[in-house]
Design a binder for this molecule. Structure first.
Ligand code: PEP
Ligand code: MN
Length: 264
């Protein structure tokens, strides 16, 4: 298989802004779950950029468990993120939900995120495989690592090799966390594949106070990057506020990550 180390042993690296993902660099992607307004997003982007984030995240098309929850600003949200990219020179990562929306999202975004709920949406995987945009492929809530790799294979088989795999927690019997972060995914994926591996501790933990420990552990385990949700006022966020770091929380995480990154 194209994703396997038997096929290609050298790590695949993906240039993204000032970071070469998959090399020694650690990509820190930060931003709110959803783009809620231009002012709100710009404010968060200004702060995480000044604290050293390597990429900005934000959702414009949101997959929500309830159809009555905030589902994002759509194209307006993409345009807001593109303006933040112009201002800070940082790449933007955002989710695409439908094959029909891939071209629209790719026109604004630097990285196309495939959400956990769409990991086996094969038509969507093939459509992003037809673009020249890097893809962040999230592990499904109930998917094995082999299934994650086979989903990545769909993208590579279409000619797009710029795929980052993302562990974001899986469903288990444990109720203390939103999902259980499967840290063993990092060394196991590294063993099987040349693709970069990113960890999202926010959607795993579901609680902001757990995020720094999991983020540090991910980097120590060999992850090529982390994806964290950050908000200027998480308690009034329209989605995932409980797990979003405050600006101060993100600031101390960035300080704490440095010695861990140096040690690996
Ligand atoms: C997100 O990144 O906001 C998101 C919806 O993630 P996941 O697909 O991992 O639940
Ligand atoms: Mn979220």
């Amino acid at each position: 298989k194209l994703v396997s180390r038997e096929f290609k042993n050298e790590p695949t690296t993906i240039p993204l802004g000032r970071v070469e993902v998959g090399s020694r660099d650690i990509l820190v992607t930060a931003g709110p779950c959803a783009v809620e307004s231009e002012r709100g997003f710009m404010d968060i982007a200004d702060k995480v950029a000044s604290l050293g984030a390597g990429a900005l995240r934000g959702g414009a098309f949101k997959p929500r468990t309830s159809p009555y929850s905030f589902r994002g600003l759509g194209e307006d949200g993409l345009a807001i993120m593109a303006r933040a990219r112009e201002k800070h020179g940082l790449p933007i990562i955002t989710e695409v939900l439908e094959p029909e929306e891939v071209d629209l999202v790719a026109a604004y975004a630097d990285v196309l995120q495939i959400g956990a709920r769409n990991m086996q949406n094969f038509a969507l995987l093939e459509k992003v495989g037809d673009t020249n945009r890097p893809v962040l492929l999230k592990r499904g809530l109930m998917s094995s690592l082999k299934e994650l790799l086979l989903s990545a294979e769909y993208i590579l088989a279409r000619g797009n090799w710029q795929v980052m795999l993302c562990e974001r927690g899986i469903r288990t019997f444990e109720t203390e966390t939103r999902n259980t972060l499967d840290l063993s995914a990092v060394p196991i994926l590294k063993q099987y594949t040349h693709l970069p591996v990113v960890v999202d501790p926010s959607h795993a933990a579901g609680k902001r106070e757990l995020v720094p420990s999991l983020a540090k552990a991910a980097v120590a385990a060999g992850a090529d990057g982390i994806l964290v949700e950050v908000h200027t006022s998480p308690d009034s966020a329209l989605s995932d506020g409980r797990q979003s770091l405050t600006i101060d929380g993100f600031k101390s995480l960035m300080l704490d990550l440095k010695p861990v990154a140096r040690a690996v």
